[in-house]
Design a binder for this molecule. Structure first.
Ligand SMILES: [Zn+2]
Length: 306
């Protein structure tokens, strides 16, 4: 046993030890390199995540006007030329001249409703752009405002409540207008400048609520950067129920060159939807072009009786 103990290690033994130590060092080095890579990749990932999150927060939470614009599939508000339709008191360059080319401004009041999508499909089929003066009467249909906008139509404000009590005072009127403005802003990203008074500017029903209110409001809305549009032709679907044939006949009974056509987008206005193809086909056959209202469109005002 003693001899064995005292025996010096062979050269093979030492070579093995050196090899082992070298292998150990190599392993340690590989581990260090690996750790370095993992940490670097981790740091890059964290930086990326922070950058992405900050972008997301800026786009969504930081700008309340943007979610709907994102939903609309538009990269940002600057890319949408209709963003210039936002209410702006500094713009006063309205076009009060009548169009000299055959034009139909097809306008729908009182929507959105269960009929909105049917109307949009018909308009798409004929390549026609229209204007929707909207209300908040059917909250379940609210998203159709964004859908109409996405399909290239103009959105205008009609009224939040559609109650003639809005004509009791200037305050009442603007409170109602601001409420529908906020709903539309949620859908299309801005408050549009185009409006239509319930009953039109010529309505006399407002007399029961406040003498002279239409004279006041017609001035005040312009001061605040809005513009209002009445009509010179109507389908006649506003008062009670009419047949599709009657609606079409009413809509086409005009020799105006520039037609501001009033129709309704409402729950019980099925015949308007039915009449729409005939109305569009006949106007197109007569050489008219359909246009959605924009800032350069002909402004049409009724006389004021109150
Ligand atoms: Zn209405």
């Amino acid at each position: 046993m003693a001899g064995k103990k005292g025996r010096p290690h062979s050269s093979e033994y030492w070579a093995r030890r050196v090899r082992k130590r070298q292998e150990l060092r190599k392993r340690q080095l590989r581990r260090k390199i690996w750790r370095f890579f993992v940490m670097t990749a981790g740091a890059v990932f964290v930086l990326f995540a922070i950058w992405g999150l900050s972008r997301f927060v800026r786009e969504i939470a930081g700008n309340p006007a943007n979610p709907s614009v994102v939903e609309l599939g538009l990269e940002d508000a600057e890319e949408d030329p209709r963003a210039s339709f936002a209410v702006d008191p500094s713009f006063q360059n309205w076009n009060y001249e009548k169009d000299t080319e055959k034009t139909v401004y097809l306008t729908f009041d009182d929507g959105p409703s269960e009929n909105t999508l049917k109307i949009l499909d018909i308009l798409d089929r004929y390549g026609v752009k229209a204007t929707f003066f909207v209300t908040a009467q059917l909250p379940a249909c609210e998203s159709y405002i964004a859908e109409a906008y996405r399909r290239g139509h103009t959105i205008g404000l009609h009224t939040y409540s559609h109650n003639y009590g809005i004509y009791a005072s200037e305050e009442n009127y603007f409170e109602d207008l601001e409420k529908i403005g906020m709903i539309v802003e949620r859908q299309i990203g801005y408050v549009p400048c185009f409006i239509r008074f319930p009953g039109g500017t010529s309505n006399e029903a407002s007399k029961e609520y406040c003498e002279g209110i239409m004279s006041v409001l017609s001035e005040k809305v312009l001061e605040r950067g809005y513009q209002y549009y009445d009509w010179n032709v109507t389908t006649g679907d506003g008062a009670g129920s009419i047949t599709a044939e009657e609606a079409a006949a009413n809509a086409l009974a005009t020799d105006e060159t520039a037609v501001m056509l009033l129709a309704h987008d409402g729950e019980k206005k099925e015949t308007t939807v039915e009449a729409l193809p005939a109305i569009i086909e006949e106007y197109q056959a007569r050489g008219y072009v359909f246009k959605a209202i924009d800032r350069s469109s002909m402004v049409l005002h009724h006389p004021i009786y109150n």
